[in-house]
Design a protein around this ligand. Structure first.
Ligand code: CA
Length: 232
């Protein structure tokens, strides 16, 4: 079951960034850029979660949220509000209107992804798989444990997130820049070579004495979790 997320955001670049990251996490994503369009769309279909910008053309996020709470079909729809800095009063109003959570722009994408996952785990545990499996590797997102052939691997926090990120999309090649955005977060300025360092550590921890390397280096492009390995 693929969890469905609707984004209502009129800043095109932000909408794209969120879509990209949510799709990489395995969600089905729809982006709507106006409040009134979102209201119409939500009459037709109700997603598993709504990311709702505050300031929108058509009707505002806050008004849309209030209306959604008044309808049976969307009364319990999880809503995360995206608010601009300095809208403290509005945030309080937002929560009072029935938003379940809010993040302040500019936010860290990995943090928002974690909030989305946490909220879905509460509201729809059946759509969030906590265990990722590929070949003889098992990664548990709840307990943060990783096993290979049943034996526990000891990964640092960054290596864990890196492995989790790659394992979610076997076969997909991520550039170093994409990995930095998805694993370290957009606001963190680190050199792209940092990715290589952590990939090296991850490989060392995962492959200890083994021949089969699940991580593929794609020359000139980046890295991916080997889908051949995932099939094995
Ligand atoms: Ca806006």
């Amino acid at each position: 079951m693929t969890p469905r997320v609707m984004i209502v955001e009129d800043e095109e670049a932000l909408g794209l960034l969120l879509r990209y990251n949510l799709e990489a996490e395995g969600y089905a994503v729809e982006v709507v850029t106006r409040g009134d369009d979102a209201e119409m769309r939500l009459l037709e279909t109700v997603p598993d979660l709504l990311l709702l910008d505050w300031m929108l053309p058509g009707i505002s996020g806050i008004e849309l949220c209030r209306r959604l709470r008044a309808r049976d079909a969307t009364r319990t729809l999880p809503v995360i509000m995206l608010t601009a800095r300095g809208e403290e009063q509005e945030r309080i109003r937002g929560l009072a209107t029935g938003a379940d959570d809010y993040v302040v722009k500019p936010f860290s994408v990995p943090e928002l992804m974690a909030r989305v996952r946490a909220m879905l785990r509460r509201s729809k545990p059946e759509v969030i798989a906590s265990l990722l499996k590929a070949g003889d590797i098992e990664l548990d997102r709840e307990t943060h444990r990783v096993r290979r052939s049943g034996r526990e691997l000891h990964l640092g926090p960054t290596e864990f997130r890196l492995l989790e990120y790659l394992m979610k999309s076997p076969g997909r090649v991520f550039s170093r820049e994409q990995l930095l955005d998805g694993v370290w977060g957009r606001d963190v300025y680190v050199d792209e070579r940092t990715v290589d360092v952590h990939i090296g550590r991850l490989r060392k921890a995962v492959n200890r004495g083994r021949v089969k390397d699940p991580i593929r280096t794609v020359r000139g492009s980046g890295y991916s979790f080997d889908d051949q390995f995932a099939m094995a």
